[in-house]
Ligand binder design. Sequence first.
Ligand SMILES: [Fe+2]
Ligand SMILES: [Fe+2]
Length: 258
Amino acid sequence: MVIRIAAVGDVHLDEDVVGRFRPALDQLPGHADVLLLAGDLTRHGTEAEARCVAREFGGLGVPVVTVLGNHDHQCDQVPEVVGALEEVGITVLEGTGTVLDTPGGRLGIAGAKGFGGGFAGRCASEFGEPEMKAFVRTTSTIADRLGTVLRELDCDTRVALTHYAPVPDTLAGEPLEIYPFLGSYLLGQAIDSADTALAIHGHAHAGSERGTTPGGVRVRNVAHPVIKQAYSLFHLGDHLDAGEVSTAAAGGISQPWS
Ligand SMILES: [Fe+2]
Ligand SMILES: [Fe+2]
């Protein structure tokens, strides 16, 4: 049996953009068991923008599970943003997990926004000024929690959902100088600490789609400017190489905005 996962990130909705995804999303129940949103749902994290997200992704006929991104924190209205999403039944994860019963088995999703710090050999370390220690400690705390939640999920298939990238592979195309602000290898280590089938992230608008953790877990950057369609579709099955599905056939739309 196969579990069908649709995913997109960085939709950055506001009043100007709301409605563009909906025609493709209305087709989802025929193609996917769940929709994962990889953060940066809004432009500036206002409650009004979150209501646009709720209109776009509410009542889809499939469960919707999300993490927030850095943009969703910008106006310091996280409780209001989360409230608007939960009001329409969207599950918001932050250092938490959820398990969904699907025809292909129990799908466990562990989610966290993640944070920066960089990648092995080129990363910030918990040394020196309090501000630098706090920066790195923020990431390590989030990553530790993500690993714990992943390992403790009682499910058949595990998926990790973050906004920040767990590997540098999917940043290819971004300037090297900003890699430390796009993700952290600590997230990758957390993902590798469990039997994770797939890791989904966003945030890297100019990055690339495919990567792999050091432990061999498939990583996919589903930032909308990267995938250029309403969502990507992944089939997870008994064999590891159950793969991506053409989203054109699934009603994916191509939109150039970022
Ligand atoms: Fe973004
Ligand atoms: Fe972002």
